[in-house]
Design a protein around this ligand. Structure first.
Ligand code: NAD
Length: 498
């Protein structure tokens, strides 16, 4: 079986901890590789290489640093098909969807090509007599990123593109479920001209994360994953004085007003609810039609569309979505569907008996649609992270607004309406980080920033966009005065500022 180690100091290296985990093809359920799980020793080697390389990289002028990303973007485009297939073979999503995963990361690399401009500081001429004041942004030093399984290309690039462009050395600890694309990204960055030691990949599980959290030389940590781990990483990092921003789970609602274009809303719900088997942090998992007539009409439109969804392995170009990531995840999702039935929700499309012919050991989950879900139910409260959509009926706009408002998560939300006033009121009042108006998955583009509210995010700066430049740099403010001896001769009295 193929063995995957780490990417340290410019090369692939074998693990030394003696611990391994299997990497699976979720469509077949077969292990395809053995992944080395790092401990403190491997992390220390990466930190040593980072420490040696980072000062020179930070001193490389920003245009030259940007040029590495220009070449890297070209390489990503040239290797798109190969990377997408590799990604799908470990994640299970369709190849087209994997290309979306890569392109959304590539766009962050395009954004940081502007790093000479993005890192420019501020200058005040004449802050006092003969005094100028300026602020500069300097890299933090050595940063680390810990990423989830569901976007193994995009989320590592959210982090390493701004971190590296700002002049940091960056150590990536990717998800142990799908590590191959992150390893390839590091190789391609080297091919694009990045010096060794600046982008490294240390594979592993909790042990590797603990080593990152405890390492005194790692100054900033970016994390994306589930909420309990996001809360843990934030607390552990900040209590050691590290800079951290950590992003967690979600339960994204879509409000459907009585005046909405129902066909448009139903199509949007299918893509946003079931695309990538529902394993997106911006997936819509709750539909909230306003009024009984809207709810009845919406559910009637959804049922045939959900029943018609085509599930398949990533090699099937006609598939709408593929398997979920692990057997444990498949069991958890099916367990939650059982819970929903027990709690009294109406399972109007039942995917529990779905079997993928020829792929009986794959981690497939049939599409499920629940109606009459209520906020006290476990299936409403929990992030299911599978192809399961819940309809919660609201009697009016205020009740609909109260649902995402009161939910513990606050990542994304959408409203479908033809009424600009309702949309405007909603966007203003709902306490959620990313809002879609007749847009189902309002994932901001690279030059804006991404982040949720409430228990979907900890820390105060978002991913990518201008926030990321702030996160990966520290501000230094210089107050300067130059003696005027040569210009105006000697001065004997004490200069004072008025
Ligand atoms: P996860 O929390 O299980 O894993 C994320 C990372 O944390 C992985 O690298 C993993 O190795 C590490 N990890 C796992 N357990 C750990 C522990 N006990 N201690 C330290 N580190 C640990 O998440 P996942 O299953 O890979 O990803 C799915 C989750 O990520 C979902 O909840 C999803 O909503 C969330 N997510 C959020 C966003 C966002 O931007 N808010 C984006 C994508 C995914």
């Amino acid at each position: 079986m193929n063995e995957i180690g780490h990417f340290i100091d410019g090369a692939r290296v074998a693990g030394t901890s003696g611990r391994f985990a299997d990497v699976f093809n979720p469509a077949t359920g077969q292990a395809t590789a053995r992944l080395a799980l790092a401990g403190r020793d491997e992390l220390q080697r990466a930190v040593d290489a980072a420490r040696a390389a980072q000062p020179k990289w930070a001193a490389t002028n920003p245009q030259r640093r940007a040029r590495v990303f220009i070449r890297f973007v070209e390489l990503l485009n040239a290797h798109m098909q190969e990377l997408a297939e590799l990604l799908s073979s470990e994640h299970g999503k369709t190849v087209e969807d994997s290309k979306g995963d890569i392109v959304r990361g590539l766009e962050v690399c395009e954004f940081v090509i502007g790093i000479p401009h993005l890192m420019k500081g501020e200058f005040t001429e004449g802050a006092g007599p003969g005094i100028d004041m300026y602020s500069i942004r300097q890299p933090v030093g050595i940063g680390a990123g810990i990423t989830p399984f569901n976007f193994p290309a995009m989320i590592p690039m959210w982090m390493f593109a701004p971190a590296v462009a700002c002049g940091n050395a960056f150590i990536l600890k990717p998800s142990e479920r799908d590590p191959s694309v992150p390893m390839r990204l590091a190789e391609l960055m080297m091919e694009a001209g990045l010096p060794k030691g600046i982008l490294q990949v240390v594979n592993g599980d909790k042990d590797a994360v603990d080593a990152v959290l405890e390492h005194p030389e790692i100054g900033a940590i970016s994390f994306v994953g589930s909420t309990p781990i996001a809360a843990h990483v934030y607390a552990e990092a900040t209590k050691r004085g590290k800079r951290a921003h950590t992003f967690g789970g979600a339960k994204n609602h879509m409000i459907i007003m009585p005046d909405a274009d129902l066909d448009m809303a139903a199509d949007a719900l299918i893509g946003a609810g079931y695309g990538s088997a529902g394993e997106r942090c911006m997936a819509i998992s709750v539909a909230v039609p306003v009024g009984e007539a809207t709810a009845d009409a919406l559910v009637q439109k959804l049922i045939p569309k959900v029943e018609a969804l085509k599930i398949g392995p990533y090699t099937d170009t006609g598939a709408d979505y593929g398997p979920v990531i692990t057997k444990a995840s498949q069991e958890k999702i099916l367990g939650l569907v059982e819970t929903g039935v027990r709690e009294g929700a109406k399972l109007v499309v039942d995917g529990r008996d779905f079997r993928m012919q020829g792929y009986e050991d794959g981690f497939f989950v049939g599409s499920c649609l629940f109606d009459n879900v209520t906020p006290d139910m476990e299936i409403y409260k929990a992030e299911i992270f599978g192809p399961v959509l819940s309809v919660v009926r609201a009697k009016d706009y205020e009740e609909a607004l109260s649902l995402p408002t009161q939910h513990e998560y606050g990542n994304g939300v959408a409203i479908y309406t033809r009424d600009g006033d309702a949309a405007r009121d909603f966007a203003s009042r709902v306490p959620i980080g990313m809002i879609g108006i007749n847009v189902p998955i309002p994932t901001p583009l690279a030059y804006h920033s991404f982040g949720g509210w409430k228990r979907s995010s900890f820390g105060d700066l978002n991913q990518h966009g201008p926030d990321s430049i702030k996160f990966w740099t520290r501000t230094k403010t210089v107050t300067s005065r130059w003696p005027s001896g040569i210009k105006s001769g000697a001065e004997f009295s004490m200069p004072v500022m008025r």
